[in-house]
Design a protein around this ligand. Structure first.
Ligand code: GDP
Length: 356
């Protein structure tokens, strides 16, 4: 499964946030037989359509898609100079498909800031500098080998070109994710700043409703996406029943919890989308890459569905709601039979036909 790694300076609220991520009961519901690593937190991707489908089909249960987060640990200034970022840290962060960087915005004299002052911009620059230095070291280590291999013609010249272009960009202080360089030839290097980033501003309640301040912080990280949350409130929300949680959200001027936002934006950042299946047993969302075709989508349910794929009967969620039932949707010509080249759309309600 795709995972998002959580990084940030010490004392910014990573553990508080991560505790909220691991305290929910998603694990028990979705992974009854799996052993989950202690440093993995899983959250449901909120999807109101599932409740609607469960109503139409009389489903016994609802299974949303999920997003997984890995707690990667803190980064300190100068880490890349001294002993480096640490092998375990590097191994963990290389494996993550996207990075959520937690940035401290909350003010609390009882919680020491590593630099003694709350300055999100400084913090972002510190972390980015460490990650860029780590990438530079990785590239500089690989370059002599690439040069040799290109001379011997055992690898393509594009590899060396991409590595040199990346090195230049990093030396100019640019994150590789925004450099526009095609890094496919050097994918094996697992470059840290080439990954998609989400920025999580852990702020005081007052900032959650301060749109001007949020816009300032958003501008610091654009075009990457920003999520605003109060990690302390998140850890309280997770312990409340839905009605009380809704009340607390409203009282703090929010319409959606930070964890829900994080799941939604994380999911999109990973390039994922969902399609839906529904029946009396369950209404369920299935995770596929954006642009996936029907057989690949079927394969997420079972590999046999992909191998024996014949057709997909697809009704868009909106058409299903408008007609009220599968039978009515069919009668009104809203149920389409799609073949193996069909590109799945978000919110397709699907039943696969396959050979066994
Ligand atoms: P980490 O080092 O990044 O994992 O940070 P922690 O999650 O351990 O948080 C460090 C301290 O800051 C703890 O005492 C937390 O209770 C506190 N803290 C975390 N988030 C918030 C927040 O949103 N507001 C306030 N006031 N304190 C927070």
């Amino acid at each position: 499964a795709l995972t998002i790694g959580i990084v940030g300076l010490p004392n910014v609220g990573k553990s508080t946030l991560f505790n909220a991520l691991t305290k929910n009961d998603v694990l028990a519901a979705n992974y009854p037989f799996a052993t989950i690593e202690p440093n993995i937190g899983v959250v449901n991707l909120p999807d109101e359509r599932l409740g609607v489908l469960a109503g139409i089909f009389g489903s016994e249960r609802i299974l949303p898609a999920t997003v997984s987060f890995v707690d990667i640990a803190g980064i300190v200034r100068g880490a890349s100079e001294g002993e480096g970022l640490g092998n375990q840290f590097l191994a963990n962060i290389r494996e993550a498909d996207a990075i959520a960087q937690v940035v401290r915005g909350f003010v609390d004299d009882d919680v020491v800031h590593v630099d003694g002052v709350i300055n999100p911009q400084n913090d972002l620059e510190t972390i980015n500098a460490e990650l860029m230095l780590a990438d530079l070291q990785t590239i500089e280590k690989a370059l002599p080998r690439y040069e040799k291999e290109v001379k011997r013609k055992t690898i393509d010249g594009a590899v060396l070109e991409a590595a040199n272009a990346a090195k230049d960009a990093l030396e100019r202080g640019q994150l590789l994710s925004t450099s526009g360089i095609d890094l496919t030839p050097v994918r094996e290097l697992g470059l840290l700043t080439a990954k998609p980033y989400i920025y999580v501003f852990n702020v005081d309640e007052s900032v959650l409703t301060d749109d001007a301040r949020k816009a300032e912080l958003e501008a610091l990280v654009a075009p990457a996406k920003a999520v605003f949350l109060d990690a302390k409130i998140e850890s309280e929300l997770i312990d409340l029943d839905p009605a009380d949680a809704a009340e607390l959200l409203e009282a703090t001027g929010q319409t959606e919890s930070g964890l829900d936002q994080l799941a939604r934006i994380g999911f999109a950042t990973l390039g994922l989308q969902t399609y839906l299946t529904a029946g009396p047993k369950e209404s369920r969302a299935w995770t596929i890459p954006q642009g996936a075709k029907a057989p690949q989508a079927a394969g997420v349910i079972h590999t046999d569905f992909e191998k024996g794929f014949i057709k997909a009967e697809v009704i868009s969620f909106d058409d299903l709601v408008a007609t009220g039932s599968v039978a009515e949707a069919r009668a009104k010509g809203k149920a389409r039979l799609e073949g193996k080249d069909y590109v799945m759309q978000d919110g397709d309600v699907v039943e696969f036909r396959f050979n066994v």
